[in-house]
Design a protein around this ligand. Structure first.
Ligand SMILES: Cc1ncc(C[n+]2csc(CCOP(=O)(O)OP(=O)(O)O)c2C)c(N)n1
Ligand code: SF4
Length: 317
């Protein structure tokens, strides 16, 4: 039985709220929106397993909680392992008849980019490799935000963070972003997607499909962070959309290894438009922006070749 109806337009978005207001996320935080939309789709029968990060520290200020679902807090490094354990326990209880075997109870694991790309990578890998029936959502704000904006391996090339400062010896993050989708692909899991809160119905439909998948699924969501990206509160969704329109972020869905682009961009905007709104890129020179443009052009070429069509077009000013 389908869990939620397909989400094609805003009219399909469930009205029920499983994520309560009153948390302490920053104004303009995209992760707050992402969690609200995720939980609308997941509904009442999800068990949330969460690694340490902004979402966790801001939504569970003792003695209150914003989660109307069963919720388990994990250390940074073991979100995937704990999610696997909860899923195995559900199976065992259903087998013994303690829980209704026909009830679809799904484990939803949530972690930041630091908790996923870096410290939690081994436990995520184990979860995917063993084939657990877990939906894993990584909200990627591209740094360790709740501890004060330290870089992660998801921080993009050239971005300022407190551990990739801008000075004589360093010009922000020196490495390109780690390819978490490539890592998930190597595990041959049935459902992988990238999503973005500027495209809410696309994002929620991906959450729905990931939730419905039997076996491991991973949704990688771009999550603009107002203090960490040095953006105005009211710009977070605008910036998220520019990530797609410039080709910095491609909206992908990979079902059983077959990729497609869900939001095509026939004419791409120059990356400068994405970078110029963000204080973390303020120091970049014209040459450095050109270097990032070339990196994005190359990435877009690779994606187009992979999906077998020109899903993302050339830069048109
Ligand atoms: C092994 C370990 N090292 C360091 C920490 C401290 N710590 C807690 S949350 C966090 C950063 C989390 O970053 P990310 O997963 O990107 O989430 P965000 O805060 O950006 O939402 C760190 C370093 C920890 N809890 N455990
Ligand atoms: S620091 Fe960033 S990710 Fe964390 S709550 Fe604030 S806006 Fe959201």
């Amino acid at each position: 039985m389908a869990i939620a109806k397909p989400i094609r337009t805003v009219w399909d978005i469930p009205r029920e709220e499983q994520f309560a207001p009153g948390h302490s996320m920053c104004q303009g935080c995209a992760a707050a929106l992402i969690m609200r939309m995720l939980m609308k789709v997941a509904g009442k029968d999800a068990i949330v397993v969460m690694g340490t990060g902004c979402v966790e520290v801001t939504t569970t200020l003792f003695p209150r909680t914003a989660w109307r679902n069963p919720w388990l807090h994990l250390a940074f490094e073991n979100t995937g392992a704990a999610a696997s354990g909860v899923e195995a326990a559900i199976k065992a209880l259903q087998r013994k008849g303690v829980l209704d075997p026909n009830r679809r109870i799904k484990v939803v694991a949530i972690a930041g980019d630091g908790g996923t790309f870096d410290i939690g990578l081994q436990s995520l890998s184990g979860m995917m490799e063993r084939g657990h029936d877990v939906m894993y959502v990584v909200y990627d704000n591209e740094a360790y935000m709740n501890t004060g904006i330290q870089r992660s391996s998801a921080t993009p090339f050239g971005a300022w963070t407190t551990t990739t400062p801008v000075g004589k010896r360093m010009r922000g993050e020196p490495h390109p972003k780690k390819d978490i989708i490539g890592i998930a692909l190597a595990h041959r899991i049935p459902y992988i997607a990238t999503a973005n809160p500027a495209y809410p119905t696309d994002m929620m439909e991906k959450f729905r499909k990931a939730y419905e998948t039997r076996g491991p699924s991973l949704v990688h969501v771009l999550s603009p962070c107002t203090p960490g990206w040095r953006i105005r509160n009211e710009h977070s969704i605008h910036v998220a959309r520019l990530a797609v329109l410039t080709g910095m972020w491609v909206q992908l869905e990979i079902v059983n290894g077959k990729p497609r682009v869900t939001v095509k961009v026939p004419k791409r905007k120059p990356v400068r438009e994405y970078l110029k709104l963000q204080g973390r890129f303020r120091h970049l020179t014209d040459e450095e922006i050109e270097q990032i443009q070339k990196m994005v052009d190359h990435y877009v070429e690779e994606i187009n070749r992979w999906v077998g069509e020109q899903a993302i077009g050339p830069v048109a000013e």
